[in-house]
Write a protein that binds this ligand. Structure first.
Ligand code: TMP
Ligand code: MG
Length: 209
């Protein structure tokens, strides 16, 4: 039975993830491929609202507590995500558990501890890492005022994302040069996605592979 493909888009803040995710969704719809887009953190749920307050520095939370909230924010959508894939709809996620692991690890939490709460979540078939130098990302329009949006943190995160891709723990991982013009990035994203355009055979995997 063919199911929808599960595609994750990861990258630094200001790497163009949301723009590329929206462009890919529009192209999928134009090609007649059923597709849905989710964004993590999903700030609309009660858990997401706590995360949002933390990111905007309106609330203080222990590093481990907020890490678990980010993970819980994925788990609260996991059953729906699996059902959507099973129904034949391709799912695009703007950030996922890889952001969860690398942002918290870059704050100094142990890597193994950071990965544990996401174990068992649906695993993507493909992760597109939109790679950009932090200084280039900042030059694009500046980081906002949210927590983590500073060059030192983003540089550590970039390094950890690269290691995540090389480790094999992330499954299929394609690095896209996000420093290119928007159209060129979209072209590379499409090239990587195309093998999944007709859906995927077999069950959805589980983190961590
Ligand atoms: P956003 O800018 O994509 O809305 O994400 C908000 C911030 O939260 C961003 O700096 C990345 C970070 N983040 C985590 O620290 N852990 C997570 O699990 C996720 C999904 C995001
Ligand atoms: Mg952001």
């Amino acid at each position: 039975m063919t199911r929808g493909a599960f595609i994750v888009i990861e990258g630094l803040d200001r790497s163009g993830k949301s723009t590329q995710a929206a462009a890919l969704l529009a192209r999928l719809h134009a090609e007649g491929i059923p597709a849905a887009l989710h964004k993590f953190p999903d700030r609309t749920t009660p858990i997401g609202q706590m995360i949002d307050a933390y990111l905007r520095s309106e609330a203080e939370l222990d590093d481990r507590a907020v890490h678990l909230l980010f993970s819980a924010n994925r788990w609260e959508l996991a059953a729906q995500l699996n059902a959507t894939l099973a129904a034949g709809t391709t799912v695009l996620c703007d950030r996922y558990a890889f952001s969860g692991a690398v942002f918290s690890t870059s704050k100094g939490l142990p890597a193994a501890w950071c990965r544990a709460p996401d174990a068992g979540l649906p695993a993507p078939d493909l992760t597109l890492f939109l790679d950009i130098a932090p200084e280039h990302a900042r030059a694009r329009g500046g980081y906002g005022a949210e927590r983590y949006e500073n060059e030192a943190m983003q540089a550590r995160v970039r390094e950890l994302f690269a290691r995540m891709g090389e480790s094999g723990d992330a499954g299929m991982w394609v690095t896209v040069d996000a420093g290119q013009a928007q159209d060129a990035v979209a072209r590379d994203v499409w090239t990587a996605f195309e093998p999944f355009a007709r859906g995927v055979e077999g069950k959805v995997g589980q983190l961590w592979p």
